[in-house]
Design a protein around this ligand. Structure first.
Ligand SMILES: Nc1ncnc2c1ncn2[C@@H]1O[C@H](COP(=O)(O)OP(=O)(O)OP(=O)(O)O)[C@@H](O)[C@H]1O
Ligand SMILES: [Mg+2]
Length: 210
């Protein structure tokens, strides 16, 4: 599906995320080649490309887990801060489901979801656990609240990671292959397609015009 800018949800307003010609290098290797893109409120934008084409890199740059080589990313019209302390505050407004889930192995599913609510949002433990249980129920894991990640299937671990990100109610949600371990029945995907599929993974992700 291709929508013109005027048809895109929220397009009359400033984009929530505005990528301006961003490049990313790892030494001599260029992973991102001048990516420019807008994401408007209410939009679901999918990046599609071969393995190694830079999808995860773009997401990691979005919440400044990676620094840019050049270009800039604006969140609600404001450039992402370079200073780590300021960036930590910005990161709290963005949720991320990592490609490899990044669950705490020593915490049960319930506490993997609750921990961000208590430590970052300052919620009481009982209230955080109650919300965590509701979020885990939403992803079909109400019978696994007490399970450790090692005792969950890959898809169940992924659903814990999704529940954890959603529980924080962020302004922007970054999903890195969030359904890779899920079966099609569990997945309800929709949204606008940002197709970078024609690029060569050896050359990294390139912005497409038009
Ligand atoms: N820390 C790093 N140091 C050096 N090269 C890196 C580093 N992280 C990623 N790369 C390289 O950057 C390129 C883009 O990696 P990235 O993880 O963004 O790909 P991807 O599109 O998410 O792939 P996949 O679909 O396999 O998850 C790859 O060639 C990868 O080897
Ligand atoms: Mg990836």
């Amino acid at each position: 599906m291709n929508l013109s800018d005027s048809e895109r949800p929220g397009a009359s307003r400033e984009p929530v995320l505005n990528y301006r010609n961003i490049t990313k290098r790892y030494g001599d290797f260029q992973a991102l080649h001048g990516v420019s893109m807008d994401v408007f409120e209410g939009e679901v934008v999918c990046l599609i490309g071969p393995s190694g084409s830079g999808k995860s890199t773009l997401l990691r740059c979005t919440n400044a887990l990676e620094s840019l080589h050049s270009g800039e990313i604006l969140l609600n019209g404001v450039a992402l801060p370079k200073e780590e302390r300021a960036m930590r505050a910005v990161r709290q407004r963005m949720g991320m489901v990592f490609q490899n889930f990044e669950l705490f192995p020593h915490k049960i599913a319930l506490d993997n979801v609750a921990i961000g609510l208590t430590t970052v949002r300052g919620m009481g433990v009982a209230q955080a656990r109650e919300k965590a249980a509701r979020m885990l129920d939403k992803v079909g894991l109400s019978d696994k609240l007490q399970s450790y990640p090692a005792n969950l299937s890959g898809g169940q671990q992924q659903r814990v990671a999704i529940a954890r990100a959603l529980a924080m109610e962020p302004e922007v949600m970054l999903f890195d292959e969030p359904t890779s371990a899920l079966d099609p029945e569990t997945v309800g995907a929709r949204g606008r397609r940002h197709d970078h599929g024609g690029c060569d993974p050896r050359n990294g992700l390139r912005a497409q015009s038009g």
